[in-house]
Every structure is written in C-alpha cells, then in structure tokens.
Design a binder for this molecule. Structure first.
Ligand SMILES: Nc1nc2c(c(=O)[nH]1)N[C@H]1C(S)=C(S)[C@@H](COP(=O)(O)O)O[C@H]1N2
Ligand SMILES: [Mo]
Length: 417
C-alpha cells in the first residue's frame, strides 16, 4: 500500500469514528446534531461526559478497530495482543444491543430463578462479594464469529478479522456456588442469562441477547460471575458492573451487565439461542449450502487456536538477525500441547517453547527464535495442537452459513533484507 493510500485509510477511519459518535448522540436524544460537521475531532461530546448519553468507546484504546458503531463492535489487532494478559482498554468489544447508560452499583442486583430453581433469590453486589468465596482465573474469551471475514461465500455479520479474542484475569464468585446457594432440581439442564443492555430497536420488551450453557458447564470451577478484570472494575463496554465469564465456550455465553440468571428445565430459548444464531450445521456442508434450522446445532466448546503477536505483518528484518516469533494459543481442552511455526509455507515446522496455562481456559504464550536463511519475503505460520490431539487447519475449516469458528492458522508476512 502506498503511503498516500494508507493516509487516506487512516483519515477515513477517523471520519468514521467521528461520524459514529455523532450518530450515537443523535440516536440517543432522538434529534440530529445540527452542526455535527463542525464537532472537533477527538473531543468527547459533553452529553456523554456527564453520563446522560451512551458511553461510546469510553475506556477503550483508539488502537482497537471499530467494525460497527450501532451496536459497538471493535477488535484488537494481533500485535496488540502481545501482553501476557490483555489490558482492559485493548480488550475487544462485541455488543448486540445498547449498553446500560447509568449504572448504580448500590442498587445493582442479580436474581436467580427459573423452572428448575428451588427458590428465587436476589443478591446485591455487596452480598455476592461477602457471602461467597472469591476466585480469580485467567480466562480467554473469543467471539464465535472471530475470523468470519475469511469465509467464502461471505457470511453476514461483523466481519471480524483475528481480533475478537483476549485473555484477562477475572475475579468474582463461582457461578456454581451461587446456583447451589439458590438450589436447583434434578430437572435442571441449562442456565440462561439476562443483562441490562437494551434492544437496538428501542423496544423495551425485546432482549438484545440472552444465551446460556448446559448446567454441567455452568458448574465448572472456572465459570465466574465476575466484577473485576485485571484487578480493576470491568470496563463499561465489557459488562460493568457484573458479567458471566465462561471459558472455553463462545464468548456469547459470557453475559454482560448481568442482572438475571434462569435455571431452565430445557435448553434455554432466549434471544440468539435459536437457529441459526451461534450454531453450526450438525453435519458439514459444502460452501454456500442453505441449511435448515433443524439441522443447525448449538456451538459448545471452542476449537484450538493461536495467534502470532510478534512480529507483525510488514516487519523488516536484517539478514543474520535472529528474530523471536511469539504469540498466544488457547483451547477448550485441558491445555495446548504444542505450537509450531513454519517459514516455508508448511513444508517443515519448528517447535516453539510453550508455557503451561495458568489454569484451564487461559491462553498460553509461546515463543521461538527464528533464523531466516536468505534475503526475501517470508510468511510465518503458526499452528497449535491441544491435549486432545486437535490441530488447527492450515486454511479455512468447514464453511458454515454464519461464519463461525474459523481457527485456521494465523500467518504474517515479513521481509528479510
Ligand atoms: N448482555 C450482553 N452480554 C453479551 C453480549 C451482549 O451483547 N449483551 N455479547 C456477547 C457476545 S456475542 C460476546 S462475543 C461477548 C463479548 O464480550 P466483550 O465485549 O467483553 O469482549 O459478550 C457476550 N455477552
Ligand atoms: Mo460473539
């Protein structure tokens, strides 16, 4: 890309962000911003600052790539996922609706109820914090649609590249402890969540999203009701003041702005549980096939995957310099077992040093020193294998109508000169 066209892109993106902010202000007050074109770039509208307007991208780094502003969806470029844990301001945002505008943490409550609950209980935040033992886990969250942009024929929805993933230290109470405190019958098969965000249409009777997980999954140690991310309050856009964090599952199971959990006697049927949302064809199909809703199955465990976080595409390397290639790998299995990289388009693979995960569902850093034999163009490919022997495919895995679960090998391009 020439410098000139690059500049153009950056400028368009800035214009886009500015326009997006103006659009959110306008949609919130239900009136146009009359002199929007004069609003200074980078300034936060005063209506947002005083808390009467939706938060926009407050609390988020401008290094994120904004895919959509209504609702807000933004991803993290691979080379900004190089930290051991993803900093809060760099953590991706995937919203289906409009985040709650004013959160009063004194009044925030979480209610547990449902057909298979023994009773109905409501907890304030301070009750949750004092009544139950607190736990911290490093958990990777990845949107089921991460990598969607590569599918062909294309799938509708946010065109995520590689950045709808991050791993943070989450602190809260175990979902299992709270469910057990309420009590549930032998009929319990699923839990579902509800959050305080509102539907894009503005219709208060509609939920933007209400998904869930099988009860066995909900009872795992690593499933948290969390209020803290990397030892700070959750960012507004990541669910402040309370969210579920369900490692190993599509991040759509990790309900944000959490205020209710239902214990169901059947598979939860909340918004975006029904086909085709977050479902794959039960049997593989040829690209472009129309699949009946009845033949679409709920996504449970996420596949094994990895990213190269250093260097980034475009890096210039001097001939003779050893380069440390490094990245992150994750799986819903016990651990990632090995990560290998290739610089010859997959003919040979070099084993990387791989760290054990801090706990299940935490991503695992890997690194390896690479010698590039000659001057020229190279691609570095990375491939992870987990303890269940599952390996990332080199190219796109099974096409599916909604473009989920692309765990193809990540590759970057470098020049050696
Ligand atoms: N209440 C609520 N919870 C939600 C969502 C949402 O729109 N509303 N989006 C889900 C989806 S699809 C994903 S991928 C994750 C994204 O979490 P993050 O925005 O904190 O990265 O939140 C999930 N939880
Ligand atoms: Mo998602």
């Amino acid at each position: 890309m020439s410098d000139k066209s690059k500049h153009k892109l950056v400028k368009n993106r800035r214009d886009f962000v500015k326009k997006s902010i103006m659009v959110s202000v306008a949609s919130f007050v239900g009136l146009p911003v009359v002199f929007a074109k004069n609003f200074p770039e980078g300034l936060i509208p005063a209506g947002i600052l005083d808390g009467t307007l939706p938060p926009g991208l407050i609390g988020k780094s401008d290094k994120l790539i904004v895919l959509n502003d209504k609702p807000i969806n933004a991803e993290t470029p691979a080379h900004f996922l190089d930290d051991a844990l993803t900093p809060n301001d760099l953590f991706f945002v995937r919203n289906n609706g409009i985040p709650p505008v004013k959160v009063n943490i004194e009044k925030w409550t979480l209610t547990i109820e449902g057909e298979a609950a023994q009773s109905s209980k409501t907890y304030t935040l301070s009750e949750l914090k004092t009544k139950f033992k607190q736990y911290s886990y490093n958990l990777t969250l990845e949107c089921g649609g991460n990598g969607r942009s590569e599918f062909y024929p294309p799938a509708k929805g946010n065109q995520w590249s590689t950045g709808a993933v991050g791993c943070a230290k989450w602190t809260g109470v175990r979902l299992a402890d709270v469910l057990k405190d309420v009590g549930f019958t032998s009929k319990a098969v699923y839990i579902g969540y509800y959050g305080a965000d509102t539907h894009l249409s503005g219709d208060p009777t509609k939920e933007p999203i209400s998904r869930g997980v099988p009860i066995q999954k909900a009872l795992e140690d690593e499933c948290l009701i969390a209020w803290s991310m990397n030892d700070k309050d959750l960012p507004v856009l990541n669910g402040y003041p309370l969210r579920l964090v369900i490692g190993g599952y599509p991040a759509s199971a990790s309900g944000k702005w959490l205020n209710k959990i239902v214990i169901r006697d059947k598979v939860h049927d909340g918004q975006k549980m029904k086909a085709p949302a977050y479902r794959l064809p039960c049997d593989p199909v040829a690209p472009g096939t129309k699949v009946k809703d009845a033949n679409m199955c709920i996504i449970e465990n996420m596949p094994v995957k990895s990213l190269i976080t250093y260097p980034k595409t475009g890096a210039m390397i001097s001939k003779g310099d050893k380069v440390e290639v490094r990245g992150k790998s994750w799986t819903a299995a016990e651990q990632v077992d090995k990560v290998e990289v290739s610089i010859d388009f997959g003919e040979s693979w070099i084993a990387c040093k791989l760290e054990k995960s801090a706990n299940r569902y935490a991503w695992q850093p890997y690194s390896v020193q690479i010698d590039f034999p000659k001057k020229g163009y190279y691609e570095v490919w990375a491939r992870a294998t987990d303890t269940e022997g599952r390996k990332q495919p080199m190219v796109l895995p099974g096409w599916n109508p909604k473009g989920y679960l692309n765990n193809a090998c990540h590759r970057i391009a470098v020049k050696v000169q």
